[in-house]
Write a new protein. Sequence first.
Length: 434
Amino acid sequence: MTIIIRTKDRDVVIQSLRAGVVPRTGQHLIQVGRTSEIETLVGDIDRITDNGSVFRIVIGEYGAGKTFFLNLVRSIAIEKKLVVASADLNPDRRLHASGGQARSLYAELMRNLSTRTKPDGGALGGIVEKFIATTKSEAKAAGLSTEIVIRQKLDNLTELVNGYDFADVIAAYYRGFEESNEQLKSDAVRWLRGEFSTKTDAKQALGVRTIVDDAAVYDQLKLLARFVRLAGFSGLLVSLDELVNLYKMANTQARNANYEQILRILNDSLQGKAVGLGFVLGGTPEFLLDTRRGLYSYPALQSRLAQNTFASGGLVDFSGPVIRLSSLTPEDFYVLLQKISHVYAFGDKTKYLLPDQGIYSFMEHCSKRIGEAYFRTPRTTITTFINLLAVLEQNANISWQDLLGGIEVVADTGGAIDLISDADEDEDFTSFKM
């Protein structure tokens, strides 16, 4: 049975890919390959659900699919009832800083906080209200004051940095909820989002003595991870992309301070100090391997992140903190282009703009002009493929053979396949002549 893809879902995927960015939703429609890597991260998500902690660095070249992989993991985590906070690092967002850049990163994470009911971000207020609603039911059943039960449930947070003030802010939100005081509720959410810039303002608005500043970002994430579990979620996954921006920092002291923060997060995860909290970081090979400016320039990180020396010659080990994304094979890339063509046609095979022969010719076209990089770092090639489909769609008088210069895949005496005819289109795709 043909399953038609909704116009909204189709447009999100196609428009994002054409712009060279990763679609926010619909990744499952075009996912190919990397089964082992995905299974590993799914296992990590299960570990977070089971009160564990996770730290992973996903390494891949520019355009190799890191961001797509991180977004796919994000979608899986949301489906498994985790809360997901995601952000890209840039010069104004860092893990460690003294000029507000770390707080800026935290604020971005809170803006992008996502759950199943709020997959596009902005879920913080809903999480707090879910906690309060659950607590009110428990308090009513026990015949106790709701605020007393809130304090009891948040008591185990007080052992963490800012834990007392965190509990006070949640209690303030409850009072605003009960008294229909929107200003008090708004101030509580502002504090939780890290939007107070001075302690004086926070004390006047909420009676608390601390704020989420640059030094408290990681501690606040540990608090939030425990809180979302109290609210009925399975844990918190923090997804950070573009960590190459740390590698690009010119100031050695500032760069090492950020690497020190990564080391702290890694140590806490390995030692089980962070409950229900996972970190997945995306970066390029030089960000990891460069011994002058990358993570390997920090000896404590290099020793913890070093590759298993036995995992060579095609052998893999996904048990360590670093996951190196394997390159897509030509076969994987063929399936990917098929799926994109399928999405472009709204899932209707009768509307395909390009036959299998056309996909083969396009790949051969790219191989001759770009080399094997066209499928190992596929971002540009995917954009070009969608541009080809767009021209075919809007110009009925032209054929794909005209656009690709009539290039065909040539049969190879060594066993490579030649161009598959319509009669053979259901046969397995096995190899390419490259």
